[in-house]
Design a protein around this ligand. Structure first.
Ligand SMILES: CC(C)(COP(=O)(O)OP(=O)(O)OC[C@H]1O[C@@H](n2cnc3c(N)ncnc32)[C@H](O)[C@@H]1OP(=O)(O)O)[C@@H](O)C(=O)NCCC(=O)NCCS
Length: 333
């Protein structure tokens, strides 16, 4: 980082809605099978938010839990960044809704839209604010209600996604912190050539909502799954290797890899590519599916709470999503 400041994750929290939808439930909605979904994706079930539970409700719950975990008072939060592609509304930001829900009166708040990579983009943005702009505490949240943006008649997408939220508290490490604890390196990339491969085609300024767009279901997520798959493997593998080397580490120093939880076959391919065994990866997609920007912080919180990740561990996050966007971050917990 070069500033002498260490930016540390001092608390984590997550939230999953109560309702669980299994692959068997999906068999009743579209022409699919539990066997197809599990062998092609690794997913068995996902959580689905209630009708009166927007993204900010989940973000707020995860955020509150992270603040308690960090021992940080809500008034001390300087900034809330919410990574989401399923905002409560296009205007205002989900981060502002979240601020109101948790009572973080002193924070300034904004969203980051980088699809499944959003959490790492938000983390990098927060790091910059803490390192160079004098802020002391950031609440960085990934939260998604994908179920509201999915075409429940499209078997190519509806079997993949789930709802949920994860949050971390970032603070500036004080001098008493031992070792190199904190964010060690990150690599963040985009390629706008592929905007059409993962998109909501309508509802924005290019194609505003109309009777026609509703009829054609253009407000729902459309994805070229196969092409996304190939790019994801290549880009995530390269970003992971670059982030590890940028941190001055080798793959053997990494205690745990937390990848974006999109597809177990993508994760297996990354493991092969970067030569870190699958046993050193933390995966929960079997139970939660692809929760987009919530994926990494949700898995991180789980891994910390169940002891799979411990203080002092070096953890590699690696993500890929619409845009395309992708990246990797190494952090010492
Ligand atoms: C979506 C994904 C699981 C599809 O797996 P795939 O092996 O690429 O499968 P394909 O898209 O080539 O489809 C193979 C066949 O299965 C069918 N199929 C697709 N979804 C199906 C489902 N839910 N149930 C049964 N069959 C299905 C297709 O129609 C196709 O049939 P066809 O051969 O008769 O045309 C996979 O491409 C993927 O995970 N992509 C990454 C998506 C992602 O994670 N995006 C989020 C951002 S990273």
């Amino acid at each position: 980082m070069g500033s002498g400041k260490r930016i540390c994750i001092t608390g984590t929290g997550s939230y999953l809605p109560e309702r669980i939808m299994t692959n068997q439930d999906l068999e009743k909605l579209v022409d699919t099978t539990d066997e197809w979904i599990e062998t092609r994706t690794g997913i068995k079930e996902r959580h689905i938010a209630a009708a009166d539970e927007p993204t900010s409700a989940m973000a707020a719950e995860a955020g509150k839990r992270a603040l308690v975990d960090a021992g940080v008072a809500v008034e001390d939060v300087d900034v809330i960044i919410c990574a989401t592609i399923t905002p409560d509304r296009i205007l205002p930001s989900t981060a502002c809704y979240t601020q109101h829900r948790i009572g973080a009166k002193n924070a300034f708040c904004f969203d980051v839209a980088a699809a499944c990579s959003g959490f790492l983009y938000a983390l990098k943005t927060a790091e910059g604010l803490l390192v160079a702009n004098g802020y002391k505490t950031a609440l960085v949240i990934g939260a998604e209600k994908m179920s509201a943006f999915i075409d429940w008649e499209d078997r190519g997408t509806c079997v993949l996604f789930g709802d949920g939220a994860g949050a971390v508290v970032l603070t500036v490490g004080d001098d008493s912190d031992a070792g190199s604890r904190g964010l060690l390196s990150s690599v963040i990339k985009s390629d706008g050539e592929y905007t059409d491969l993962l998109t909501y085609p309508a509802g924005g300024s290019e194609t505003p909502a109309s009777e026609e767009t509703l009829k054609d279901k253009l407000h729902f997520l459309k994805m070229g799954g196969n092409t996304v798959f190939k790019h994801a493997v290549r880009c995530m593998g390269a970003a992971a290797e670059e982030a590890v080397s940028k941190a001055g580490l080798t793959k053997d120093d990494i205690d745990c890899v937390i990848p974006h939880q999109a597809n177990l076959r993508i994760i297996q391919a990354i493991s092969d590519r970067i030569d870190i065994p699958l046993g050193r990866f933390y995966n929960n997609l079997e139970r939660v599916g692809n929760t987009t920007a919530a994926s990494v912080p949700l898995a991180l919180d789980e891994a910390l709470k169940n002891g799979r990740v411990k203080k002092g561990d070096k953890v590699l996050f690696v993500v890929f999503g619409g845009g395309f966007t992708w990246g990797a971050t190494v952090v010492e917990i």
